[in-house]
Design a protein around this ligand. Structure first.
Ligand code: KIV
Length: 289
């Protein structure tokens, strides 16, 4: 069988070196964690990059609302709409279908799309699930617990997001480390409540490595995915543009440019997967607090 897919625009990425892998599902992610293998996640927002990430062995593709900044040129994620998210989820889903990709697709619920009521959250989540997402992500603790429970009860897998939650950047006063000192306990309570509500994944962004490691031990049913949260989480995520070194702004401290030693985007993504799996990324002293 040919290893490439011809298209009028050139050649799509070679079939995945992990082509034999089973489609990624929640039970499969549970298996990875149970055997101590780290879960890998990258953002992607379009068909081609999603297919390349899948071919590189990335397990989870997050169609993040970070696309507001890296694709739309917005100053924050606050201006991203549900319709824009639906468009990008559909693009990613089609890209994976073209290459028989097997990655788990997470659609980010944008600012204002789940804040009014549980019913509004269900309507918004349904838009992304019907666009082809396997799971939705939402930000925050406290009041979101009821929303998570409501969605999970209705068969929608949910990834929560604590720590630096970019949709509330204005309330937080900037992109800064969260969960230090007294606020660590609050974050811990929120994480527990989210697991109890049925969240099966939890992104921990810019929190101290000691806190995210403790949380990972305390949350057996909810896989912690760190970004700027050190090496003790169940998995890692980066914004694709950051790890390819094409960020328009300044790269945060927790990012490594995986393109530096590679000659293709797919090789850089594969290097990221390998580094997360073998524990060489992130390095706590360099990328964490
Ligand atoms: O939108 C996004 O890309 C995210 C990641 C930073 C985790 O939420």
């Amino acid at each position: 069988m040919s290893n490439t897919n011809a298209s009028p625009y050139g050649t799509l990425p070679p079939a995945s070196p992990v082509a034999a892998r089973k489609p990624i599902s929640l039970p499969r992610l549970n298996e990875l964690r149970a055997r101590g293998e780290k879960i890998t996640m990258l953002t992607a927002y379009d068909a081609t990059f999603a297919a390349v990430a899948d071919a590189a062995g990335v397990e989870c593709i997050l169609v993040g609302d970070s696309l507001g900044m890296v694709c739309q040129g917005l100053a924050s994620t606050v201006g991203v709409t549900l319709d824009t998210m639906r468009y990008h989820v559909e693009s990613v889903v089609r890209g994976l279908q073209r290459v028989q990709g097997t990655a788990w697709i997470i659609g980010d619920l944008p600012f204002g799309s789940y804040h009014e009521s549980k019913e509004q959250a269900l309507r918004s989540a349904s838009v992304l699930m019907q666009a082809g997402a396997h799971m939705v992500k939402l930000e925050g603790g406290g009041w979101t617990t009821d929303v998570v429970h409501f969605l999970v009860e209705r068969g929608i897998p949910v990834c929560a997001h604590l720590g630096l939650t970019p949709q509330t950047v204005h309330a937080l006063g900037g992109y800064r480390v969260q969960g230090r000192g007294d606020s660590a306990n609050k974050l811990r309570q929120e994480a527990m409540a989210l697991q109890d509500a049925g969240a099966s994944m939890l992104v921990l962004e810019m929190v101290p490595e000691s806190l995210s490691t403790t949380l990972t031990q305390e949350l057996p049913r909810c896989h912690t995915i760190g970004i700027g949260a050190g090496n003790g989480t169940a998995g890692q995520v980066l914004v694709m543009h950051d790890m390819l070194g094409i960020n328009l702004g300044k790269n945060p401290k927790f990012v490594r440019n995986f393109m530096l030693d590679q000659t293709s985007v797919q090789a850089a993504m594969a290097a990221y997967v390998a580094a997360v799996k073998d524990g060489s990324f992130p390095v706590n002293a360099e990328h964490a607090w």
